[in-house]
Write a new protein. Structure first.
Length: 889
């Protein structure tokens, strides 16, 4: 077989790339096996030593506590405290003490003897299980006698290759009149060392040697009985102490024991003793050596065989296919187009073979293309015809879908046209009657009809605007705390009369307990409830409507269930009921009216409030709508009520103050002269005559020169705005209250006013109660009657101010049109803001609302709405002027 140059190159590159990692892996494995073996041994031995240490410590601790308890025995104290008057008395007291010693020995069988020794070393009372005589002396007594430690333990080796354990407790007199306690003797308790001996005999490995030695290296206990009473040399003792201090597994050759190198783990016990456990090093690493040999063998075999195997695999997978592809290419070059390579694999080589076969096929197809075209021309025409028919079918389906959409649009427009034209017809008709007969007695009823239809028309427009905001995801909700009961009672006050007009029953079902207060958007929640309850009244002809309220503890949500005995819906109608622009069917639309927007808006609003709207209905029986909204309790804290709360009618805190009783100096910063006159008129009710500043700069100048108890600051003024003026006053150390006057009362606007230094915010149009509350809070005005407000609004001065404002409306109308035509957008926005505040103050809410919409569209740069909102403001001004002219006629 001929060896290619490429195969030789591959072999040269593959061999070191395989051998070097294998050698590194083998070395790493050998090192890791040794390290792992040592770590495992340390872990096992350290746990064993700690366990045995704890076992011995607990054993000694029990009997030290017992010895201490015995030293406090009243019988012992009585025996030591008094002199004996007679031998009989001494015998009696000694007998009582021996009974105590016997009871301790019975309770603790490991106590071998108890000895009461005087300070001179004389045995006063001795008790032993084996009835032996008391020892004449103890080898450690001089150490105990000269020591200040009250409780000690000693391990004493004996000649019979055993170790005795003694626990010593000093006894002092309890005479508190002595400056220094008097030593009365010692309690020496000998305990059985069998527990310690059994701990020594336990071992974590075979051939383990466990020792308990003194500081000097003397062996007290050993798992090898032949080592009793022997001693380790000084070097071995030092190495054991070092291993105990480091808590590490240390290699030590114990020449004093068996001259074998051992891995030793030691731990120091109380009293200067050392407990150590050792394993022969050769035994510990025996399993590791086997693993190391196996690893080395595997590495050697891998170094030899892997390069060969890799070369064989590479040759079969890469080199042979390349040679096959080269031979096929030569055949194609010679004109043989019947060549075909095998396409068995799905890898890159298989893909290359498929591409090669595809290339050969393309060459064959190119040569026979003309013949194929001539032979199959008719078939191609048929195929093109079928494709054209398929395209036509798709076009027809698209046209049909467009016609369905157009039909839905036409039905909606027809329905909307009917809904809008109906109130417009009433408005226009009754308005014409008012113009023709301005003094007719039925004019009040006509005006009520005009107002009612205007509200209905406004509701239609609001629904369309709400739906557009929902679809654009620009509708926001603002969660604030409010009480649940007043909301339900408010809905009841609106729906109850509607149901009564149709002779329907409407009642509430409070399913207690209910939360007293929830956190949600009360305006939107009320809109949902009114939408669905008014629908229930509309579609119910007999029976009644029930509104149930209940609270779910698991989901912390409030559910409003509205049930009616109306016309109901079928299953197919239920699937469409929440879609926009649709009602159950066209018959329902003709019979009951409506745009089909209410339920769609309600469901979307409920979802924005963290809930949903669900419906169950049976046609001809009635419907049940369930509204679920999140309560959004703060930190999970809420209060439940089990009955309706009684409303206490709080007195209407009017804010009139006699002029003779009040002397307050107030500054009013307002650029609009109409607003200046109106606010001055309102303040005059309390005898307050404010100073006037026409812009923020004047306000700052006057406030720094004069002593004002309160400043009413308009936020948007020429030269210097109210926000900047407030900041300057606060930096200039003015600490009096500053009240913001503004038509922009969104949450972020109010927060910016408060952050600048304002104490409160009054929204335009200015509400007299809110103004009074601010004055009462900051000026401590006393309450008076409400009658003065009524006389104020009916006064000639207020009528004259209102008339002056009406006379300026034509000029405002021209300014709006000129600014829009000249594209002076900032001037138009400032004028809209001014009209929003002033018109609301004088009660022209249509101008106030239109100006607010124009200002918002300009501020948010919604250019598509500029023309509409500008025309709406112009029409609102024209309508107000027309109404005024009719009133004068």
């Amino acid at each position: 077989m001929k060896t290619s140059k490429l195969s030789i190159k591959l072999l040269w590159y593959i061999t070191p790339l395989v051998i070097l990692p294998l050698l590194f892996l083998g070395g790493f494995t050998l090192t890791n096996v040794t390290s792992s073996t040592q770590k495992q041994a340390k872990l096992t031995v350290s746990r064993f030593v700690e366990t045995q240490h704890q076992k011995m410590f607990n054993y000694i601790e029990i009997y030290q506590s017992t010895t201490k308890l015995l030293s406090t025995s009243p019988v012992l104290s009585d025996f030591l405290a008094k002199d004996f008057d007679s031998p009989f008395e001494k015998t009696a007291r000694l007998g009582a003490l021996m009974d105590v010693f016997a009871s301790y020995s019975d309770a603790y069988p490991d106590i071998l003897s108890i000895n009461l020794v005087s300070p001179a070393g004389e045995s006063k009372a001795y008790y032993a299980n084996n009835l032996n005589q008391a020892p004449q002396n103890y080898p450690f007594f001089e150490q105990v006698k000269n020591s200040s430690i009250r409780q000690q333990k000693f391990m004493v080796p004996t000649d019979d290759n055993t170790t005795h354990i003694y626990l010593v407790q000093q006894i002092f007199s309890v005479d508190y009149q002595l400056k220094r306690p008097k030593q009365q003797g010692f309690i020496i308790v000998q305990v059985d060392p069998s527990v310690i001996h059994s701990s020594i005999l336990e071992s974590p490995y075979n051939n383990t040697l466990n020792l308990l030695v003194t500081q000097q290296g003397e062996i007290l206990f050993s798992s090898d009985p032949s080592l009793y009473a022997q001693s380790l040399n000084q070097q071995e003792t030092l190495e054991i102490k070092e291993a105990a201090e480091r808590s590490s597994l240390k290699s030590i050759r114990l020449t004093s024991v068996d001259n074998i190198e051992r891995m030793v783990y030691a731990e120091q016990l109380s009293g200067g003793y050392y407990y150590l456990s050792s394993i022969p090093k050769a035994l510990l690493y025996q399993s590791g050596k086997a693993i190391s040999l196996i690893t080395a063998l595997i590495v050697i075999l891998s170094v030899i065989t892997l390069p060969i195997l890799i070369f064989i695999v590479v040759r079969n997978l890469l080199l042979n296919p390349i040679e096959l592809l080269g031979a096929a290419s030569h055949k194609v070059g010679d004109g043989n187009l019947s060549v075909s390579l095998p396409e068995q694999s799905n890898d890159e080589v298989g893909l290359l073979f498929r591409d090669f076969n595809h290339m050969v096929k393309q060459i064959r197809d190119s040569q026979s293309e003309l013949k194929t075209y001539k032979l199959h021309l008719e078939e191609m025409v048929v195929q093109r015809t079928e494709e054209l028919e398929q395209t036509n079918q798709q076009l027809e389906a698209a046209i049909k879908e467009a016609e369905q959409a157009s039909d839905l649009k036409s039905r909606f427009l027809a329905n909307m046209s009917h809904e809008i034209r109906t109130p417009l017809t009433a408005i226009m008709g009754f308005t014409e009657q008012l113009i023709i007969n301005p003094k007719a007695t039925t004019n009040r009823n006509h005006l009520s009809t005009v107002l009612r239809n205007s509200k209905h028309l406004l509701e239609l427009i609001n629904n369309i605007l709400d739906l557009s905001k929902i679809e654009a995801e620009k509708l926001e909700v603002e969660n604030r705390p409010f009480k649940l009961q007043p909301l339900i009672e408010d809905v009841d006050s609106i729906i109850g009369p509607l149901a009564q007009e149709k002779q329907l029953s409407f009642y509430l079902d409070y399913q207690f307990p209910l939360p007293q207060t929830i956190y949600s958007d009360i305006t939107r929640l009320k809109q949902i409830l009114l939408n669905i309850t008014t629908n229930a009244v509309k579609f119910t002809e007999y029976g009644g409507i029930k509104l149930s309220v209940k609270f779910s503890h698991q989901t912390e949500s409030v559910e409003f269930i509205i049930e009616d005995t109306g016309i109901g819906m079928s299953d197919s109608e239920i699937t469409r009921v929440f879609k926009p622009f649709e009602q159950a069917d066209s018959t329902t639309t003709r019979r009951f009216g409506g745009t089909g927007l209410g339920l769609c808006i309600s469901k979307n609003l409920a979802q924005l409030l963290g809930g949903d709207v669900e419906v169950l209905s049976v046609q001809g029986v009635g419907s049940q709508f369930t509204i679920r909204v999140k309560a959004n309790f703060q930190n999970g804290d809420y209060r439940l009520i089990n009955k309706l709360e009684e409303h206490t009618q709080s007195p209407d805190a009017s804010l009139e103050l006699a002029a003779t009783q009040f002397d307050a100096n107030i500054l009013l910063a307002e650029d609009n002269t109409d607003n200046q006159e109106l606010i001055c008129l309102l303040l005059d009710a309390w005898g307050i005559k404010p100073d006037i500043a026409n812009n923020g700069a004047e306000a700052v100048e006057k406030a720094l020169v004069n002593d004002y108890q309160l400043i009413l600051m308009d936020m948007q003024m020429p030269v210097m705005g109210g926000l900047e003026a407030t900041k300057m006053l606060r930096h200039a150390a003015y600490d009096g209250p500053i009240i913001a006057l503004t038509a922009n009362v969104m949450k972020h606007d109010v927060e910016s006013y408060l952050a600048a230094g304002c104490d409160a915010t009054l929204a335009k149009p200015i509400d007299k109660k809110q103004l009074g509350q601010v004055l009462l809070e900051h000026l401590q005005i006393q309450a008076a009657s409400q009658s003065k407000w009524d006389s104020l609004l009916a006064s000639e001065k207020f009528v004259q101010i209102n008339k002056n404002y009406m006379e300026k409306l034509p000029d405002y109308l021209k300014q709006v049109q000129n600014y829009y035509d000249n594209q002076e957008w900032e001037s138009l926005r400032a004028l809209a803001h001014s009209l929003k505040g002033s018109a609301g103050c004088f009660g022209f809410m249509n101008i106030h609302s239109a100006a607010e919409e124009l200002e918002n569209s300009l501020m948010t740069n919604q250019q598509a709405q500029w023309q509409y909102t500008q025309l709406s403001l112009c029409e609102a001004i024209k309508y107000t002027l027309a109404q005024q002219q009719q009133t004068e006629v």
